[in-house]
Ligand binder design. Structure first.
Ligand SMILES: O=C(O)CCC(=O)C(=O)O
Ligand SMILES: [Fe+2]
Length: 284
């Protein structure tokens, strides 16, 4: 086992001194991210990880690769469900596309791993909150999905979809040698309007508003996935695309719903059962 890397050494600290609130470089990068998010719903911090940091995170993901969970259901709509017979067959709700990627879940990363320690590093959370213009972020308390690795093996893809979270923070550990591009359409819908016609256009192959992001290993990406439609195209190479995804919430104590967590990640824990009981309004 490699010796534990301090979190300051996992990241590219000379470029991004995120634990030093007074550092000018820190202020500058926060401004850059804010602008990107406001303009485009997307922002990238290039080379966020140090070489040893990236190496450690990648090795941890690769060691757990055999435990990747693949959903049984391989087709879903942009809302990540399987459609609604009450709507016409060509309505966006009923257009099912392949989602064949898998996930390495949070529970597989023990407390001493670099992935776990980075996710729990207070300065990272504070920095991300400032980049997103939030007073405070909380760790997402879901023990299965708060910090996961998205595995896109050869031939696999992640269909066009919207996220349930307002924002998503991803870190590319290993790009595919070919394909597996992240594509997005900024602001395709908004809180008041599903914009079904615009969604349909993209699903019908209209690429006018589609953007493709060039990401390299070690880049950190923010995007507003609740309103931006996005997909990862098929991996046409011979190796895996591996992407670390960290989730945070604006309220403390948030956890995923039992149905969604089971569908996506294949397992639930006691914490999900307990939350389910409370959601039903029953006394503990
Ligand atoms: O793999 C990616 O870059 C995006 C992942 C994603 O969209 C998601 O997990 O919801
Ligand atoms: Fe997504």
């Amino acid at each position: 086992m490699t010796p534990e890397l301090d979190c300051r050494k996992i990241i590219n600290h000379s470029l991004y001194p995120i634990d030093e609130p007074e550092a000018l470089a820190r202020q500058a990068i926060i401004e850059q991210v804010k602008h990107g998010l406001a303009d485009d719903g997307c922002a990238v911090i290039r080379n966020f990880f140090s070489r040893p940091g990236l190496h450690a995170l990648l090795a941890e993901a690769e060691q757990r690769r055999p435990q990747t969970y693949y959903s049984e259901r391989k087709q879903c709509n942009v809302y990540l469900n399987d459609g609604d017979a009450g709507y016409p067959a060509d309505h966006p709700r009923n257009v099912l596309l392949p989602r064949t990627n898998g996930f390495i879940t949070a529970d597989l990363f023990e407390a001493e791993t670099a992935c776990y320690r980075l996710y729990h590093w207070e300065p990272l959370k504070q920095f991300l909150a400032e980049c997103l213009g939030k007073d405070q972020l909380y760790l997402y308390e879901d023990p299965v999905s708060n910090m996961i690795v998205n595995v896109g093996g050869p031939g696999q893809q992640f269909n066009w979809h919207f996220d349930t979270n307002e924002f998503t923070i991803t870190m590319l550990l290993q790009p595919a040698s070919s394909g597996a591009h992240f594509e997005y359409v900024p602001d395709l819908r908004n809180a008041q309007d599903e914009c079904f016609d615009d969604v349909k256009q993209v699903l019908d192959g209209n690429r006018e508003r589609v953007k493709r992001l060039q990401l390299n290993a070690g880049d950190l990406q923010f995007f507003l996935g609740r309103f931006a439609l996005h997909q990862v195209t098929a991996n046409t190479g011979t190796s895996d695309r591996l992407l670390l995804i960290m989730s945070f919430s604006e309220q403390p104590g948030m956890i995923g719903s039992m149905v969604r967590v089971r569908n996506l990640y294949g397992k639930v824990t006691e914490a999900h059962h307990a939350a389910q009981v409370r959601a039903d309004g029953l006394v503990d």
